[in-house]
Design a protein around this ligand. Structure first.
Ligand SMILES: [Fe+2]
Ligand SMILES: [Fe+2]
Length: 390
C-alpha cells in the first residue's frame, strides 16, 4: 500500500517542486534576503543604525536576531504571562472520566465527547504547524517571534493533553484519523490549509526573489490568514469547542477531568487570541492600504463561513440536545464571539441581536477565579437583548 503523506508534507513537496532549481554556485545568503545579516551587512553597523531610527516593521526588513530595543513590548510581556500559566496534563486527574467511560453513559454523550476530542486533537496539531511554518516565517521582529515560539510550544502541550485523556480512557486510535471522514471536520481543516497556503505562497515569492516587494494583495493574503487563525480558528472554533458542550457535560458531573484540562487549554487560547488581536491591529496600522471596503467585506464573509462551519460541526456532534445544551444556543453564542472578535480589531459586527447564551461559561472557564482573567465576562458586553459595541 502506498504510504499516506501528511498533508503539510505533501504541500511542502508541491511547493518545492514549484520553485526554480537551486543554483548551488550562489552563496546561501541569497536565499535568505529578509535577514539583513545574511544579506551581507555588518551586524554591528546594523545594530547602530537600528538604534538611531528604531523601526521593526512586522514584515521586515529588520534584524530578526536583535531582541532589544523592543518595538512591541506587549509581545514580550504576553509571553511572560503565558509562562505564568505553565501547567502539565498529568497534574489534572482524569480517573473519574475513565471510570465513567467504562461505565454507563448515554450514547449521545459518548458521540459528543469523541467528536469534540477528535476535532480538537487535529486542530491543535494544525494550529501549531501553521504558526511555526507560516507566521514565524513571515513576521520578522524578534519579540513577535518570541511569543509565537511560546504559542507553538503551547499547542504541542495541548496535543499532549488530549492524548493523555485519550490514552487513559483507552479510546480507539481512529480518533486521530476521524477528521478525514467527517465532512464537517474536514472542511475546517481544509479551509485552514488553503489560507495558510496563500500566505506561504507570498513568502515563497520573497524566497525566490530577494528584492521582491510585497504588493497590497500579498499583504492582504497574509492579513486574511492572520485574522482567520487568531480570530476565527482560535477566537471562535477553539473557544466554542473548549468552553461549550464538554463544560456542559461537566456541569452534570461527567468528564470533569477532561473539562478541567480544557479550561487550562482555554486560558492559553485566550492569551493567543489577545496576542492575535494586538498583532492584527498593528498590521492594519502599518499596512493601511490593505483595508479596502472589499477586503473588509471579505473579512465579514470569512466570519460568516466560520459560523456556518461551526453550525455544521455542532449539528454533527450533537444531533439531539443534551441536558442544558443545544445547537441553536451554541451557534448564537459562536456568533456573539464572532462579533466580539470583529469589534476587537475595529470592524463592524457581523450579526445583530445575538446574545451569549451560556452565562455559566465565564464562571466555568475562570480557573482559580482570578479577577484579571484574559477575557471580559459576557455580561459586561450585554445590554438587554441587543449588543452594544461602545
Ligand atoms: Fe491550542
Ligand atoms: Fe492557540
Amino acid at each position: 500500500m502506498k504510504p499516506r503523506l501528511h498533508p503539510l508534507l505533501r504541500r511542502q513537496m508541491q511547493r518545492a517542486r514549484d520553485l526554480p532549481a537551486l543554483d548551488r554556485t550562489q552563496p546561501w545568503q541569497q536565499m535568505a534576503p529578509q535577514d539583513p545579516i545574511a544579506a551581507g551587512q555588518n551586524h554591528q553597523t546594523l545594530l547602530r543604525e537600528n538604534r538611531e531610527s528604531m523601526k521593526k516593521p512586522l514584515l521586515g526588513p529588520c534584524d530578526s536576531y536583535q531582541l532589544e530595543p523592543f518595538e512591541y513590548p506587549w509581545a514580550w510581556e504576553m509571553a511572560r504571562e503565558c509562562e505564568q500559566n505553565t501547567w502539565t496534563p498529568e497534574e489534572i486527574p482524569v480517573a473519574g472520566d475513565v471510570a465513567q467511560w467504562k461505565g454507563t453513559l448515554l450514547e449521545e454523550e459518548r458521540h459528543l465527547f469523541l467528536s469534540i476530542m477528535s476535532q480538537l486533537t487535529t486542530f491543535d496539531i494544525q494550529r501549531g504547524d501553521d504558526a511555526a511554518e507560516t507566521f514565524l516565517a513571515l513576521l520578522q521582529p524578534a519579540e513577535i517571534k518570541h511569543f509565537l515560539k511560546r504559542l507553538v510550544w503551547e499547542e504541542a502541550l495541548h496535543t499532549r493533553s488530549y492524548r493523555y485523556v485519550i490514552e487513559n480512557m483507552g479510546l480507539d486510535l481512529e480518533i486521530y484519523d476521524r477528521w478525514r471522514t467527517v465532512p464537517a471536520m474536514k472542511a475546517r481543516i481544509d479551509l485552514g490549509n488553503r489560507l495558510s497556503d496563500a500566505a506561504q505562497a507570498v513568502y515563497t515569492k520573497r524566497v525566490r526573489d530577494p528584492s521582491y516587494e510585497f504588493t497590497t494583495r500579498d499583504k492582504q493574503e497574509i492579513l486574511f490568514a492572520m485574522i482567520f487563525w487568531f480570530l476565527c480558528f482560535e477566537g471562535v472554533w477553539f473557544v466554542m469547542g473548549l468552553s461549550g458542550p464538554v463544560q456542559a457535560l461537566a456541569r452534570t458531573g461527567k468528564f470533569e477531568g477532561a473539562a478541567e484540562q480544557f479550561r487550562y487549554i482555554l486560558r492559553d487560547e485566550f492569551q493567543h487570541i489577545r496576542f492575535g488581536q494586538h498583532v492584527v491591529k498593528e498590521y492594519m496600522a502599518q499596512y493601511p492600504e490593505c483595508m479596502t471596503d472589499s477586503f473588509k467585506d471579505a473579512i465579514s464573509r470569512l466570519m460568516e463561513t466560520t459560523i456556518g462551519m461551526e453550525r455544521d460541526y455542532i449539528v454533527y456532534c450533537l444531533p439531539n440536545p443534551i441536558l442544558g445544551y443545544n445547537t441553536s444556543d451554541h451557534v448564537e453564542t459562536a456568533k456573539w464571539y464572532a462579533n466580539l472578535r470583529m469589534h476587537a480589531i475595529g470592524l463592524e459586527p457581523v450579526y445583530t441581536g445575538v446574545e451569549h447564551k451560556f452565562p455559566w461559561m465565564a464562571e466555568m472557564t475562570n480557573i482559580r477565579k482570578e479577577t484579571n482573567f484574559f477575557e471580559k465576562r459576557p455580561t459586561e458586553y450585554r445590554t438587554g437583548g441587543a449588543l452594544s459595541w461602545d
